[in-house]
Design a protein around this ligand. Structure first.
Ligand SMILES: [Zn+2]
Length: 336
């Protein structure tokens, strides 16, 4: 009993703007969490210090000591090498080949396990919301950009080069707008928040009117998913048509994924879905049904995640427990 009670882990969600750290017990209960800004412009060494401080504060909040923490899981944006614990390329942190796990371990003297942020979100939603029950799941996360995570045979699918799940860069319209990756018409370039912003901004510059300009000014500076939600509530025509277009693109992406992978569950999450679930989900499902091959979509659940911001820290905690061999929840406890 005392042995399993000491299986505390910390799950960390490292983002371009904020760091979130949560302490979890052996049964995946969150005991407390702390948020800090990333301050990526100060460079990776400084960011590591901030992550370490965020973890220590979260541990202290829970009246625990760092020596009681068995491991730390961390989800980082961009491409990562989970085996080496290296962030290979993270454009929004401006990192290249940075040994994050090693640097953090040096500071905290606790084992650190690294994974891509969308993979840990998928892991978090799969075990936290779906209790590890479906055999397969595709997670799609719509935020500033769009990421994904794949669960095959109840496990995270990383692929040959460990880069699987780049759902945001599935090309949906080969003549579509240019994407951050340099190609045209990626799903992310049509339905990510950054592209929604770009589209709205361009339309406003052309003279179109929207309530967003009264809320945020002509430059739409500081536009968040919440601003879009407010504009939708006020039935703003420009925002409505832009969100509808994003939802249609998402439905097409879901249909393609269903055609190729045929997962038991398609789970949608991220800030955009969290804020606009009611506005987007019906159109997403409608288009998924329209574009999926006959018979391929029957019985597949297309659902919105309810974990919100917690998916990342929860999934990172699950990752740490799995790597340490002390993950016990989900299917194993409910299955037999
Ligand atoms: Zn792209």
């Amino acid at each position: 009993m005392t042995e399993s009670n000491s299986n505390y882990v910390v799950g960390v969600d490292l983002g371009g703007t904020k760091i979130l750290a949560g302490v979890y017990d052996a049964n995946q209960n969150c005991l407390g969490s702390v948020k800090k800004s990333t301050k990526a412009d100060r460079g990776p060494k400084e960011v590591v210090k901030r992550i370490a401080r965020c973890i220590m504060d979260a541990v202290d909040e829970c009246d625990l000591k760092l020596s009681q923490i068995k491991g730390i899981g961390i989800g980082a944006p961009g491409s990562v090498d989970p085996d080496q614990g290296i962030v290979l390329f993270a454009p929004n942190l401006k990192w290249k080949d940075f040994p994050l796990a090693e640097q953090l371990k040096k500071r905290l003297k606790v084992d650190v396990f690294l994974e891509n942020d969308c993979n840990v979100c998928a892991l978090g939603a799969y075990h936290g919301e779906l209790k590890g029950e479906p055999e397969s799941m595709v997670g799609i996360f719509l935020g500033t950009g769009i990421g994904g995570g794949l669960i095959f045979n109840r496990e995270l699918h990383r692929g040959f080069n460990k880069t699987a799940g780049e759902i945001g860069h599935m090309v949906i319209d080969m003549h579509g707008p240019i994407c951050g990756c340099g190609k045209n018409g990626c799903f992310e370039a049509i339905a990510g928040r950054a592209s929604i912003y770009r589209h709205l901004h361009a339309e406003v510059q052309k003279g179109r009117e929207t309530v967003l300009t009264t809320m945020l000014g002509k430059d739409l500076k500081g536009m968040k998913s919440g601003s879009l939600k407010k504009a939708m509530k006020r039935r703003d025509p420009l925002v409505s048509e832009t969100i509808l277009r994003a939802a249609e693109a998402t439905g097409i992406a879901v249909a393609s994924l269903i055609n190729v992978i045929n997962p038991e569950v398609v789970l949608l999450g991220g800030g955009v879905i969290e804020a606009l679930e009611r506005d987007m989900m019906p159109t997403i499902i409608q288009n998924a049904e329209r574009y999926a091959m006959p018979g391929s979509i029957e019985g597949i659940q297309i659902i919105a995640s309810s974990l919100g911001d917690d998916a990342g820290i929860y999934g990172s905690a699950v990752l740490a427990q799995m790597m340490l061999g002390c993950f016990t929840a989900g299917r194993t406890s409910s299955g037999d």
